[in-house]
Design a protein. Structure first.
Length: 212
């Protein structure tokens, strides 16, 4: 999926300048990385809002057109107005095709409704994490990682090491040692305690201890 975004160079700095931009339905931003000097940007609020509900916008390479010069970047940070949906500031990082990046990629859980543990055994699924930090070259960044729950039974746990990763993509935590092979999703019996039982079981799997 190709994502393009337009921006202009910004010379007018300071809080007052940023307020004037926002009143004009624009927003300030910054572009940095790849050994180049950071540059300040102005973007259209409506252009950013258009992409916010696109999951790929947060993980995939974006072509940023800055005054006619195109650069490949990743979205690194968004600051929102706490009272409204307006964006206050945006950070982009340049990418180098030959240099690995660390980026969080969402997990897509599929086939939960047909899992034996849910359909036949009365179990409940606990999603322990919903994204995973990966390491890869920019050209191999996956849009998402699919987690298939079709074969899960009561008591089953899918760990980071069980994920089917795309070629040339690694889970950062697993590069740090086996002790970081944490649970991703688990299947537990639906007991009287409901959600508390699920949370307790997940905590025990992580080596923790449930608190009264």
């Amino acid at each position: 999926m190709s994502i393009e975004l337009n921006a202009d160079l910004r010379n007018d700095m300071g809080k007052g300048a940023s307020r004037r931009l926002r009143h004009a339905n624009k927003l300030p931003g910054i572009l940095y990385g790849a050994g180049k000097a950071p540059v300040n940007l102005t973007l259209e609020q409506k252009d950013m809002q258009y992409h916010l509900h696109n999951e790929a916008f947060y993980t995939q390479i974006i072509t940023l057109n800055v005054g006619g010069d195109k650069e490949e970047v990743l979205l690194k940070d968004l600051q929102h107005n706490p009272a409204r949906q307006d964006i206050l500031h945006v950070d982009f990082q340049r990418v180098d095709a030959a240099r690995v990046v660390h980026i969080h990629v969402p997990l897509h859980f599929v086939n939960e409704e047909i899992a034996p543990g849910v359909k036949q055994e009365g179990g409940v699924i606990s999603h322990v994490v919903t994204d995973v930090e990966v390491v890869c070259l920019p050209g191999f960044i996956p849009e998402f990682i699919e987690v298939d729950l079709a074969d899960m039974h009561l008591g089953d746990i899918i760990h980071l090491s069980d994920l089917k990763m795309p070629a040339n993509v690694e889970v950062l935590a697993l590069k740090q040692g086996e002790e970081h092979d944490t649970a991703v999703v688990s299947m537990h019996a639906r007991k009287g305690g409901g959600e508390s039982d699920v949370a307790e079981a997940a905590a025990e799997d992580e080596g923790g201890e449930a608190q009264d």
